[in-house]
Design a protein around this ligand. Structure first.
Ligand SMILES: Nc1nc2c(ncn2[C@@H]2O[C@H](COP(=O)(O)OP(=O)(O)OP(=O)(O)O)[C@@H](O)[C@H]2O)c(=O)[nH]1
Ligand SMILES: [Mg+2]
Length: 682
């Protein structure tokens, strides 16, 4: 258990810790000279049950409240010190407010200097303390009179603290490792050492850690926990870590850093939070109020963004966004304190709810609903609520990381909530079972409707499908979801086209017969310079309009591409030409080739070669600079070589007649019965 002192200057905190533990925590020369505490002091006390209690002694001076806040983070139990000859004073109230805002729920009041007040005077101070504690979480705390001068009450107080420690749940070391650094120094022969309170998880000798937000990676060479050499440090202990590694110099860390499990390193400078404004504040918090934000042992300038038009009144609570002047290493659920930028008083504080909130549209009803879900303290409850409302999906990897959940804990969560996980390129997206079912149903209905309206089209573009579905998953997650459905054979994927598995494009028997006569003309030796519509019509003694209609139709089915107006190439030929370009690019030292090099390989004349290249340019497969071109690797798949050639008149083969969605993401689609605008010159 870690016990933190609190209380007004000179009320006897340091003397009391000394009397309880035998340790004088005022170590600094200046502290000795001025007779006050300036920085945090640390002492340890072995308990009868073998455990060790850690004490954090804080300064009472109003100028050093920032140090007090740093010390109070991670404390389990507060030792509120009030001098019997003085009663509650300004920093008694301020420290009390801070420990409350930090969520410290247990404590005891030490009525110090009891030798200086007796009888009615002491009674009056009792009453004042009761008034101060009323309506706080310490309202029921015991008040124990003590004196370091006479020794009165010291043993009773020590027993009280031992008893509280026995009743403290042994920290379960839940979560991934995080330690809030309050001191960082270098010892001769040992190297860099950081000390601080372990906020969550545990660490072992040999573990790799990151010093966040600065991002220095280190290895834990040795550990002291609660002042004893050990191989493991865990949540609820004060630890000293000896860190080693490249870049771990003596100033590799400083107070305010968090040493954490490397997977948690994701600094943020914009955080949505709850904010409680202290009742004693004179003015409400307005839009963009500048503040000092204290989080763990870190301190940073920030501004408060309000979500409502009304300012946040003293004594009330609201959701706000905190925009920080630099990044910090935070976790969802962490407590923070806001102080006046001058450092003269505490304004309020609260709890972090979302470490990656949107910078825009941050006050829509949908967003505020999400925040209310984030405000639920239990991760399972919070996640279930998030998944039951728009946008119905959650980036689970970020959710788990930002709450410092271990793999085991997130797996448990996934089981408990029966989450449906969708692998995204980065991390995992989750939806509820209900949403997954609804998404699949909506998707199948949309595809069936599309096929019914467009029997001559191979399928619906992935992007257009995504945009018309509820819930609307992010594109990469939607693609992953579709791959899952395709694996389960609920849908079929042809490039970027999605169709129902049984759907196949049909030509009328008349068109099939016509196609059987046309395609051989486009194949064979003349495939790189196939006859144009007018020439095909002449060769077959057909009308130009009929041939054009058939070509447009088969283009929509993906059998041919219209490279230039009225000039159609077989799909396989286009794939072959793409492969030739790739060859040329690979053969060139700079990966570039010219139109003439390409023409020489095709032997189809400069004009046609240029038209072909311009076709590839339009689809982003080639990138042109002057007379030279290089390949755009990302778009190459659009014209993958087909191994299932499908020229057969029947078109009934299992082989897909898919055609890639050239501009997927921009919603360009062939229009049923109309021109294929993709293939038109710009
Ligand atoms: N008579 C009497 N004096 C005490 C007692 N406890 C502390 N003092 C005196 O009060 C003064 C302040 O004590 P500290 O323990 O330094 O007070 P503090 O709360 O740590 O002060 P800061 O850390 O500066 O806020 C010292 O001169 C102590 O000797 C007590 O029980 N009886
Ligand atoms: Mg002191």
């Amino acid at each position: 258990m870690i016990i933190g002192t609190a209380g007004h200057i000179d009320h006897g905190k340091t003397s009391l810790v000394h009397a309880l533990t035998g340790v004088d925590t005022d170590r600094l020369k200046e502290e000795k000279a001025r007779g006050i505490s300036i920085d945090l002091g640390f002492a340890y006390l072995p308990a009868p049950d073998g455990s060790i209690l850690g004490f954090v002694d804080v300064p009472g001076h109003e100028k050093f409240v920032h140090n007090m806040v740093a010390g109070a983070t991670g404390v389990d139990f507060v030792l509120l010190v009030v001098a019997a000859d003085d009663g509650p004073m300004p920093q008694t109230f301020e420290h009390l407010a801070i420990v409350e805002l930090l969520g410290v729920k247990r404590g005891v009041v030490a009525l110090t200097k009891a030798d200086l007040a007796a009888g009615a005077a002491r009674e009056e101070v009792y009453r004042a303390i009761h008034r101060a504690l009323a309506r706080t979480t310490l309202a029921a705390a015991e008040i124990i009179p003590v004196s370091t001068a006479t020794g009165e009450g010291i043993d009773a107080l020590r027993e009280h603290v031992f008893d509280a420690a026995r009743r403290t749940d042994r920290h379960s070391a839940r979560g991934r490792f995080r330690l809030a650094v309050d001191r960082s120094f270098s010892l001769p022969g040992i190297g860099a050492v950081v000390t601080g309170t372990v906020l969550s998880g545990s660490v072992e000798v040999g573990n790799r850690v990151t010093i966040s937000p600065r991002g220095v990676v280190a290895r834990v060479r040795s550990i002291h926990a609660q002042n004893r050499v050990t191989t493991t440090g865990r949540s609820g202990e004060r630890c000293a870590l000896n860190l080693a590694g490249e870049g771990v110099s003596k100033d590799a860390a400083a107070r305010g850093d968090i040493v954490l499990d490397p997977s948690l390193h994701a600094p943020t400078d914009r955080i949505d939070a709850t904010l409680s404004v202290l009742a004693g504040e004179k003015k409400p918090i307005g839009q963009w109020t500048p503040v000092r934000l204290h989080h763990a042992a870190a301190e940073v300038g920030a501004h408060v963004v309000l979500f409502a038009d009304q300012p946040v009144e003293p004594g009330s609570e609201a959701f706000v966004q905190l925009v920080l002047e630099r990044t910090i290493a935070a976790a969802v659920g962490d407590r923070f304190i806001l102080r006046h930028p001058s450092g003269q008083r505490t304004i309020g504080g609260g709890r972090f709810l979302d470490l990656r909130p949107p910078a825009r549209k941050r006050r829509t009803p949908e967003r505020l609903g999400q925040l209310a879900a984030c405000a639920l303290e239990d991760p399972a409850e919070s996640l279930a609520t998030l998944l039951a409302r728009a946008p119905y999906f959650v980036d689970f990897s970020a959710f788990a990381r930002d709450r410092a959940l271990t793999n085991g804990e997130s797996e448990q969560l996934a089981r408990e909530l029966a989450l449906v996980q969708i692998a995204a390129p980065v991390g995992v997206i989750v939806v509820s079972e209900l949403t997954s079912k609804r998404l699949k149903e909506n998707l199948l209905v949309a595809l069936a409707a599309f096929h019914a309206d467009n029997p001559d089209l191979p399928g619906l573009g992935m992007e257009r499908l995504r945009l018309q579905l509820e819930p609307r998953l992010p594109a990469p997650a939607f693609a992953a979801h579709l791959r899952g459905l395709a694996q389960a054979e609920a849908v079929a994927l042809d490039g970027a086209w999605v169709r129902l598995p049984h759907h196949s494009v049909k030509l009328t028997s008349g068109d099939e017969r016509a196609w059987a006569r046309v395609w051989p003309l486009l194949a064979g030796d003349c495939r790189f310079r196939p006859p144009r519509v007018r020439d095909v019509a002449a060769l077959l003694s057909a009308s130009e309009a009929d041939v054009r209609r058939l070509m447009k139709l088969t283009a929509r089915m993906g059998k041919v591409y219209e490279i230039a107006h009225d000039h159609f190439f077989l799909r396989e030929t286009v794939a072959e030409m793409a492969a030739i370009m790739r060859d040329l690019a690979n053969a060139a030292a700079d990966g570039q080739f010219t139109a003439s090099e390409f023409r020489d390989r095709l032997d189809n004349g400069r004009k046609v070669a240029i038209q072909v290249l311009e076709f590839f340019d339009r689809h982003g497969v080639t990138l042109r600079r002057g007379d030279r071109r290089r390949m755009n690797k990302h778009q190459l798949d659009l014209f993958r070589t087909s191994t299932e050639a499908d020229h057969s008149p029947s078109g009934r083969e299992a082989s897909p007649v898919g055609r890639p969605d050239f501009k997927s993401g921009r919603g360009r689609e062939p229009v049923s019965g109309g021109f294929d605008s993709h293939s038109l010159p710009p």
